[in-house]
Structure formats: C-alpha cells, structure tokens
Design a protein around this ligand. Sequence first.
Ligand code: B12
Length: 449
Amino acid sequence: MRVLLLSANTALEPHPVYPLGLDYVAGAISSSHEVRILDTNLLDGEAGLRADIRAFAPNAVGISLRNVDSGTALATKSFIERANRLVKTVRSCCDASVILGGSGFSLYPFPLLEHLEADFGIVGEGERLEELLSALEGGNPEPVLPGIVLRGQPPRHPPPWPRQPSRRLPGENLHTSFYLENGGILNLQTKRGCPFRCIYCAYPLLEGENLRLFPPEDVGRMARSLQDSGARYLYVTDSVFNAHEEHSLAVASSLRDAGVSIPWGGFFLPGVSRPDYFSRMAECGLTHVEFGTESLSGAMLRAYRKPFGPEDVFDAHRKAQDAGLFVSHYFLLGGPGETGKTVKETLKQVEQLPRSVFFFFCGIRVHPETRIHSIALREGSVAPGEDLLQSVFYTPRGISLAGINEMLEAFAGGRGNWVIPRNEERIARVTRKLYAMGHTGVLWDRLIG
Ligand code: B12
C-alpha cells in the first residue's frame, strides 16, 4: 500500500514542534508498504498539499492530530476546524482510507472520528497502524483490533504497544529542514508511560501508567544522529524525564558518550532523591530544566495529588541552579480548592525562586476520564454528557479565573521573566523574530533577569 502520513500541527508556540509521533508510526510500518510523511508546516498552502497528495496517490492517509486546542482558558485557540478542512482536502484529492491518530485524537476519539468523518482512528500508540493496513489489504473493512476505532463504535484504550518502538530517522524526512530553520529544535523520547496520579492530567491515559524505558545506548545513538542531522537543541519529550532517576542518569551518560554536544532539556519533577542528581546531569550536557511545579501552596499540591511539596520545589530549584542549569517553573492555577489565599501563597513564594522563568497557566483544561472531570461533574460545573472537545475548563468555587488573572497581573508587575497570558503573544512574536534571525533553542533562558 502507499501510505501517506500527514502532520496537521501548525502551532508555532512556544516553538515549532517536530512531528515526532509520525517518525514512530513510520518506523513501525513494514517495508512492504511505501510510506511518505508530509508536514503541513512545510507545505505551500492547500494547493501544495493537493499536488503532493495527487502525485503520491495514497491508498491510506494517516493524519496526526497532536493538539485539539491551545489548552489555555484565556484566549483559547481550537484546532478542530483546521483539521476538518484538512480531511476535506484529502478526500477531494484521493479515495484513500482516512485514519486519525495522535494525542489530541486519542483524548477525543469518538467525537473527532464522527465530526471529521474519517474512516478509522487509532487510540494511543500509532505503531498499531501496520495491523490496520494488513486488515484493509486483506479486504476486511471493519477490523476489530486493539486501539482501532471505527465510526459508531465506542473506543477502548488499548494495552501498551508490546514492542520496543523504533523511530524513522528525521534525516530521512524533507520536513526536518523546517524545524532546523525555525529554532533548530528536534525532539527525543527516552521512555513512555507516566506513573503519577495528578488529578488533571491525561498523560497516563495517553502513554499508559507504567514506565517503559528505552535502552539508554539506543537513545544516545538517536540523539547523536539528530545532532548530525543539524539539530541545535534537543527537547526530551518524556512526560517527566526524572520519573526514573537512574534511567535518566544512564540516558544522560549515553548522550555524553555518543558525543552529543548541543544543549538539551526537558520536563522534570521538582523532587530529587540524589543530592548530586543535577550536577551529574549537567556534567553530561543537560542545560535546561523545566519544572512542572504547578503551585507553591501545600494544600493545592495535595489537591492536585503531586508527589512533592513546596520544600521539595525550593530544594530541587537550588540543586539545579547550583549545577549551573537554566531553570523554569510551570504553574497551573485554578484547581479544586483554589482561593485568593492559595493563589497569593503561590505568587508570594515565587520570589523565593531566584534567577528563573515562570510560565503561568490560569484554568485547568478538563479532558475526559481524568479525575478533574469526575470532580467537575460532582460539583456540577460540568454537565453529564457535556462536549469536552469544546475547550472546557475547570471553574474553582473559591475564585474566578479572571480573578486569578488579575492577581497574577498585579504580582507580575511587568517583570519579563513572568510569562503570563497578557505577555504571551509578545514573547511569541519576539521568539519568532529571533528564530528568523538564526537563533536556536528554547530561548526562555533570555528572559532570566
Ligand atoms: C513534550 C510535550 C510538549 C513540548 C514539546 C517539545 C518538543 N519540541 O517536542 C512543549 C512543552 C513545547 C509542548 C507544547 C505544547 N503542548 Co504539549 N505535550 C508534550 C507531551 C508531554 C509529549 C508529546 C510527545 O512528543 N510525545 C511522544 C510522541 C512519540 O508521541 P505522540 O506524538 O503522541 O505520537 C504517538 C501517538 O499519539 C500516535 N500518533 C501520533 N500521530 C499519529 C498519526 C496517526 C495516523 C496514527 C495512527 C497515530 C499517531 O503514535 C505515536 C507513537 O506511538 C504531550 C503529553 C503526552 N504525554 O503525550 C503534551 C501534549 C501533546 N501537549 C499539549 C498541548 C495542549 C500543548 C500546547 C498547545 C500547550 C501550550 N499552550 O503551550 C503546546 C503546543 C506546541 C506546538 N507547537 O504544537 C496537549 C495536547 C492535547 C490538547 N489539549 O490539545 C498534550 C496531550 C498534553 C495534555 N494537555 O494532555 N508540549
């Protein structure tokens, strides 16, 4: 079969995100199929897309839907109508089966399959596409396989992909140039799964609850080949890079041993058990730490079911800075139990995290099957059967999201290292300009005063 894999994601903030998922999907398809990846970021508008589809004449088109929306309560951007147009364009150029996948799709498989009128979907890991292609080739139009979603049938989360994922090398893809020329960031996965139980998070649903560790030497080799392809920065996409401290240290060593010399970073939990954790990571080349801190109110961290408290945050911050790393913190304000008092507690203590950048999100996006969804249903702020695809956010009882934003603006007081909804657009514009001038990497380190 000729299989076309299309990346629908054209979001460019905070930086253009290389469509990593499609490398894994392509890497799992056997050589009996001809596979091509097209990235809508690289295409010359709709006319370019049509011409490419017609020239390739695919039998199956897999569309990667990474983001359904921007995930931000104030000024939400939805990406669904764009995806709708993309499916229509594909339909108008070929008779191929249209198969949806990706994290955005996996959160909303049933409504998206229906709304976009696609033929099939795959929930979770797209490595399963090969099985669907074989079934279609064998003339089975309604295959019942783990993870495969058919129109009109309720989807079920499949068990994790049982084999070691294998990635097609970005060097083989034409679209890699787009990312090299717009920030130079390529991405790297070192494991799958998330063992934490944070009430708002969909990661365990997307990747499974158990960690599946990739062999560190394989990760090192992949990182080196990304560098050899021209990457100027590597972003580790794991839900939490230090969820398994020993593995993250082994991965870091193997990056160093493979000769990776470009800067790299990822998401970390602000709680480390080894006192020398960050210094060892820094010795191996880690440069940027993005802490998923969420709050500095002990009560809120407990409400979110975070496995750390405010003291762990200060401690991890200090250790990362002592190791000479660039540090940022992500905050998520507006969860169950949030009040003016807890917001103030968080914002006041931010002062105790010197030389850092703070990204503030006001309002928690409610995704199906998360605990926050059950809480919102119980509290009555979300109605049973309410369409969560329409960017629904949790409303705390004790303070409005607008009220939180007002407090945030007052506390931020124009400081450049506090990234709040009001200055996001300006920072995005500056970042785009810097990328156009040839600067590379995540660039938030420039906001540190
Ligand atoms: C790392 C990450 C980031 C990093 C990315 C850095 C980088 N350069 O790569 C940063 C911090 C920059 C980021 C930003 C954003 N992110 Co983000 N991010 C993630 C995270 C944790 C991992 C994504 C990843 O790379 N996974 C590894 C790859 C291999 O997996 P994958 O892409 O999902 O692909 C697999 C399957 O989905 C499937 N698949 C993929 N495509 C296809 C196609 C077909 C046809 C098939 C069959 C299957 C298939 O198969 C693949 C292999 O198994 C996910 C959460 C998660 N755990 O998934 C959120 C996530 C994807 N992000 C999300 C969001 C919202 C965003 C932002 C919009 C947030 C914001 N306001 O800044 C931006 C958008 C950025 C952009 N330009 O697109 C949401 C998307 C859901 C939604 N609400 O729409 C997620 C799911 C988190 C969440 N809230 O639950 N993100």
